[in-house]
Write a protein that binds this ligand. Structure first.
Ligand code: NAD
Length: 257
C-alpha cells in the first residue's frame, strides 16, 4: 500500500467529538493526519472518538476548548502547542477545520441581543481568532476549511442570525484565500444541508414525516450523513485540491436548486 495522502500532516478539527466534526476527524486520521480534535463539554465522547481512530490505526488526541468568549482561541492553541509535534520553528499545523458551531432558532422578532452575540461569538469570532492565532503555526501549503451552511445562501427567516453567521464565515473564507494564497495556503468553506447529527435529532430521528420532508429538499432525495461532508473536507485537505481556493463547496445534496 502507498503512503496515505495526509501522512506527515497535522490537523486541528474544532468540535470533533460528535456529528460532522467527528466524521471529519475520523476521515483525516484515516488519510494519515495526526488529528487534534476539540470538545466543549463531552470529554467521554471526545475520548471515544480518539479511541475509535486509534483502533482504526490512526493518530489523534482530544483537547478541551470552550469557544465563544474572549481568549478562547489563545487558550485552544496553547493546549494544542503542548501536545503536537514541533519543528525547528515551534509547533506546527497543516489543516485547520473550523467546524464547531451552534444553531440559533430565533426569527427577527424574537432574536435577543444575547442570542445574537452568542451565535456570532461561536460561529464567526472563534474561527476568526483561531485562524489569526494559528497563522504562525500554519505551514505553507496549508489548508483552512470552514464549515458553513446552505443557510448562508437561502432565506430562512426562522434562523436569521444563524444564516448571517455562515454568510460572514464565507466572506472570511474569501478574504483568507486572497490574503494567504501567496503562501500556497488555500481557504474554502463547505456548506452542508440537513445532516443527521445530534443537533437535529429532536425533530428528525424517529419522525418519518419530518425525515421524508427533509429528504425531499435535496435533489439527491435523502438526508445527509456526516460522512457526506467529511469526504468533501478530505478532498479540500488533500493535495488534489491545491488549485481550489476562496470557494464555498456545496454539500447539500442539491438543496434549493
Ligand atoms: P453538533 O451539535 O452535533 O456538533 C457541534 C460540535 O461543535 C460539537 O462537537 C460541539 O461540542 C461543538 N461546539 C458547539 N458549541 C461549542 C462551543 N461553544 N465551544 C466549543 N465547541 C462547541 O453539530 P453538527 O451538526 O455536527 O454541526 C457541525 C457544523 O456543521 C456546525 O458548524 C454547523 O453549523 C454546521 N452545519 C450543520 C448542519 C446539520 O444539519 N447538522 C447543516 C449545515 C451546517
Amino acid at each position: 500500500m502507498g503512503a496515505k495522502r495526509l501522512e506527515g500532516k497535522t490537523a486541528l478539527v474544532t468540535g470533533g467529538s460528535r456529528g460532522i466534526g467527528r466524521a471529519v476527524a475520523e476521515r483525516l486520521a484515516r488519510d494519515g493526519a495526526v488529528v487534534a480534535l476539540t470538545y466543549a463539554r463531552d470529554e467521554t465522547a471526545a475520548l471515544d472518538t480518539v479511541e475509535c481512530i486509534r483502533r482504526d490505526g490512526g493518530r489523534a488526541f482530544a483537547l478541551h476548548a470552550q469557544l465563544g468568549s474572549h481568549g478562547d482561541a489563545a487558550a485552544l492553541w496553547s493546549a494544542f502547542d503542548a501536545r503536537v509535534p514541533h519543528d525547528t520553528t515551534g509547533p506546527v499545523v497543516d489543516i485547520i477545520v473550523n467546524n464547531a458551531g451552534i444553531g440559533h432558532g430565533a426569527d427577527l422578532a424574537s432574536l435577543t441581543e444575547e442570542g445574537f452575540d452568542e451565535v456570532f461569538a461561536v460561529n464567526v469570532r472563534a474561527p476568526f481568532f483561531i485562524v489569526q492565532e494559528g497563522l504562525k503555526r500554519l505551514r505553507d501549503a496549508g489548508r483552512i476549511i470552514n464549515i458553513s451552511s446552505g443557510a448562508a445562501r437561502l432565506a430562512m427567516p426562522e434562523i436569521i442570525a444563524y444564516g448571517a453567521t455562515k454568510g460572514a464565515l464565507d466572506n472570511f473564507t474569501l478574504n483568507l484565500a486572497k490574503e494567504l494564497g501567496a503562501r500556497g495556503i488555500t481557504a474554502n468553506s463547505v456548506a452542508p444541508g440537513i445532516i443527521d447529527t445530534d443537533v437535529n435529532a429532536g425533530w428528525l430521528r424517529g419522525n418519518p414525516e419530518a425525515e421524508a420532508h427533509a429528504a425531499s429538499l435535496a435533489a439527491l432525495g435523502r438526508v445527509g450523513r456526516p460522512e457526506d461532508v467529511a469526504d468533501v473536507v478530505a478532498f479540500l485537505a488533500s493535495d488534489d485540491a491545491r488549485w481550489v481556493t476562496g470557494k464555498v463547496i456545496d454539500a447539500t445534496g442539491g438543496s434549493g436548486l
